[in-house]
Design a protein. Structure first.
Lengths: 343, 267
């Protein structure tokens, strides 16, 4: 059980990078970008094929990011210059990328189990530091010997990476360009009247978003030990699920909080899926159905809570107004009237 | 005095060649000198909004040229041209980004004249500057720098839009019925602010309005538009003598003449 949860947290942190990408397009740019299903695999296949060819895994992963960035830019160009509807430009790109990904890999599946990847590098580095043994003995000493995972290294480094990228996104969205990108998603008329090229900003935003998605794909391929042309199916919904769960659970008042919420949401999503799959009658094939169910509940349940709160408030107000009805004759109306500023 | 905004023989037609064909702007010439504040009145469909859109670059004229500060900007894209132009829209929601804070909105406006880079939008120095400018509005917004703009009232948002469009001192300020969506007292307040701000920054301004009294209260020149043409023009010396009654009479006189000439053609 613990190993399963541990694994889902590990994978969740890597998928969080993809979710951050989805957050950028979906929330910041207000652009429902379906390219994600394709660009995730593009990242995985570029990294996989380069690693098999003997390239340093870090270089291969960086190449994957660039490939994802370019894919996102093309979607942006389809929408801004081709004047194609956002959903359709994403779908077109997703379909096109399916064939491109097959071309990149040359076949539908590239195994990486025998190769040196970022994950094997981390594991080796971590073993050199002997930190796992320390953590292991610590856990054993408190009687948790069954709960010792293979290595803490991947979780540690990936968490660090996710937080680093979160920090970079937070910083970027506060720069002049970042503010302009946010305004593009918020009020396009306004930002255009302040001399910003919204077309360029959208292309850039989608590029960065898909770059992150491809990074996540490249790391997942190395984590799972293979790249497969079908591994991206439904990825956009997983990303959305992470964003929506994160926002519902952790809140999204400021950018800094929202990006953290997205990472939390991605991990939470993995844990929910893992737990759900342990239920007797559910099978691995049901995962997409569970995902859809999670997204629907994350969207509907907070609304129900709000409605409940609203009803409670009304009730309280009704009670309160009944109580003060008697002294209300004595000009208390003036006191009750909401204070208005002069504008 | 040199002319800051010059429109030469502007012609714009919509739905050309169809039964819905409509000439929006009909060979219009207009010249604003530096420091001019021109108010534009006219009935619906007179071509006022099209005129604003052609100046701002949202539309390109079919014939004619637009010059700003001696530079031909007819083919220049809207976002490039907005380095020179400040705009306030009729809709109070249109000029600000609701999910961003007041200071972030101001930072976006501040970057209008610059090339955007990777420096922080809201630095400590800029924040002081924003505070100082917000004080001009007398609304206490300088104490709410980190409030989301979506929480402000329509009047507050329009005042903020006005400040954002002007504090970087654009060559031309375009006001498109910017008080029309507000209630009378707030419209009055925005009118007053407009007067103050235009004077403070010595802005060359073109203001469209439906409110004749406002058109008379503000600015040093007035033009009346009908059917895509300027049918009446009052300069600095004539405008102070105008009243709403005189304007209405003038409007009827010119329209009446046109109608009678049309009838003459029919007979």
């Amino acid at each position: 059980m613990f190993t399963a949860i541990f694994g889902s947290v590990e994978a969740g942190v890597i998928y969080a990078l993809m979710a951050l990408g989805v957050y950028l397009s979906f929330r910041i740019l207000d652009f429902p970008d379906l390219t994600v299903d394709g660009s995730f695999v593009t990242g995985a296949s570029v990294a996989a094929i380069l690693i098999v060819g003997g390239t340093n895994p870090i270089v291969a992963t960086l190449a994957a990011v660039i490939a994802g960035f370019l894919a996102g830019c093309v979607t942006g160009l389809l929408h801004t210059k081709g004047k194609i509807n956002p959903l359709l430009s994403g779908i077109l790109m997703m379909i096109a990328l399916y064939s491109i990904n097959l071309r990149i890999m040359g076949k539908s599946n590239v195994p990486l189990l025998q190769e040196e990847t970022i994950m094997t590098k981390i594991t080796n580095l971590w073993q050199g530091l002997k930190l796992d043994e320390m953590a292991g003995t610590l856990l054993s000493s408190v009687g948790l010997a069954n709960f010792v995972p293979k290595t803490w290294g991947i979780l540690f480094i990936m968490t660090l990476l996710a937080l680093l990228i979160k920090g970079m996104i937070d910083w970027f969205l506060k720069t002049d360009i970042g503010l302009a990108i946010r305004a593009t998603g918020d009020n396009e008329t306004m930002i255009r009247s302040f001399s910003a090229d919204t077309d360029l900003l959208k292309v850039l935003g989608l590029g960065i978003s898909n770059g992150l998605v491809a990074l996540s794909g490249a790391l997942i391929a190395q984590y799972n030990g293979f790249s497969d042309v079908g591994m991206g199916i439904g990825m956009i919904i997983i990303g959305l699920a992470s964003v929506i769960i994160g926002e519902a659970v952790f809140g999204a008042k400021t950018i800094i909080r929202a990006t953290l919420a997205v990472i939390g949401g991605a991990i939470l999503y993995r844990i929910i899926i893992t737990l759900a799959l342990r239920v007797e009658f559910l099978e691995t094939g049901d995962m997409k159905l569970i995902t859809a169910f999670i997204v629907v509940s994350a969207l509907v349940i907070p609304r129900l809570f709000d409605q409940q709160k609203e009803r409670q408030k009304k009730k309280n107000r009704l009670l309160a107004s009944k109580k003060i009805q008697i002294p209300a004759n004595e000009k208390s109306g003036e006191k009750l009237a909401p204070v208005k500023s002069n504008i | 005095m040199k002319s800051l905004l010059q429109l030469n023989q502007i012609y714009k037609v919509f739905n050309e060649g169809t039964p819905d064909e409509k000439i929006a702007i009909d060979h219009l010439n207009l010249c604003l000198k530096s420091g001019d504040f021109v108010t534009v009145i006219g009935s619906n469909g007179a071509g006022k909004s099209t005129l604003m859109n052609i100046i701002s670059g949202k539309m390109t004229p079919d014939i004619g040229t637009v010059e700003i500060d001696g530079r031909d900007v007819t083919g220049m894209k809207e976002h490039r041209r907005s380095k020179l132009i400040g705009r306030v829209f009729q809709d109070p929601m249109a000029g600000t980004a609701p999910s961003m804070t007041i200071e972030e909105n101001l930072a976006i406006a501040y970057a209008r004249t610059q090339t955007r880079g990777l420096t922080f939008g809201v630095s400590r120095k800029r924040r002081e500057f924003f505070k100082e400018k917000l004080e001009m509005l007398h609304l206490g917004l300088e104490n709410r720098l980190e409030a989301k703009v979506g929480l402000l009232s329509g009047g507050e948002r329009q005042a903020l839009s006005l400040l954002m469009a002007t504090f970087t001192e654009p060559k031309i300020l375009l006001l498109d019925e910017h008080t029309a969506a507000l209630d009378p007292s707030r419209a009055e307040l925005i009118s007053e602010l407009t007067k103050e701000i235009v004077k403070e920054f010595k802005l060359t301004t073109l203001m469209v309005t439906h409110n004749m009294q406002q058109a008379l209260d503000l600015g040093n020149k007035l033009i009346m538009m009908d059917k895509g043409q300027i049918i009446f023009h009052a300069d600095e010396s004539e405008k102070p003598l105008l009243t709403v009654e005189k304007l209405l009479l003038e409007f009827q006189r010119i329209r009446g003449e046109k109608m009678s000439s049309d009838r003459a053609v029919l007979i």
